[in-house]
Write a protein that binds this ligand. Sequence first.
Ligand code: ATP
Ligand code: MG
Length: 208
Amino acid sequence: MSFSIEQGEFVLIVGSSGSGKSTLLNMVGLLDRPTTGKIFIDGINTTTLNDDKLSSFRNNKLGFIFQFSNLLSDLSVLENVMLPIQIAGNIDVIEKSAIDLLKSVGLEDQIHKRANKISGGQAQRAAIARGLINKPSIVLADEPTGNLDSVTSTKIVQLMKSMAKKFNQTFIVVTHDRQHFGDVDRVITIKDGKSFEGDLPSEMEMVV
Ligand SMILES: Nc1ncnc2c1ncn2[C@@H]1O[C@H](COP(=O)(O)OP(=O)(O)OP(=O)(O)O)[C@@H](O)[C@H]1O
Ligand SMILES: [Mg+2]
């Protein structure tokens, strides 16, 4: 497969279970290396970078949101959001940007609660804030609504779209939940090892 994505695009990756969506996302997110092929980010061929360069690329440019929010239950919501950048930087500045992000995802009342004391939808919003804390230019989300009810899914989708606009971030979102995403800039469908632009006709989609 071969495609390119512009800065600021909100792109969905869809396709049946096992078609390779997560594998693709993990390679774009520099978590896995492709055995063949190349992945360019900002004009740089990432497949030639060594492990140190890959991690710094990942930390500086990429944000991740997964299906399960994976918050650390012993930490507060705020501490979880600050976690990705706690090692480097001025703690007050980091705390302020974490609080600002938590406000923009509507969690200002939950900041000091322990992560295991908030609801699934709230945890997913906290995970979005955590995914955005290092101001990534590219946000990668694998089934971000996969674990949520319909109403919460719609809210999470709206939140991701508004964050994308606000920060001109690229969002690459893998989902089985096509209908909840409504209008997006682009849909890429993976089928039989190939990528296609747009939604496939519904009779070709597999219900999972
Ligand atoms: N670590 C692995 N080692 C070997 N094969 C794997 C590994 N991870 C996934 N696969 C295989 O690669 C293919 C693509 O898997 P992948 O997880 O990318 O699919 P997916 O499109 O994300 O599916 P789903 O919608 O169910 O999450 C599948 O056939 C899967 O069994
Ligand atoms: Mg998957």
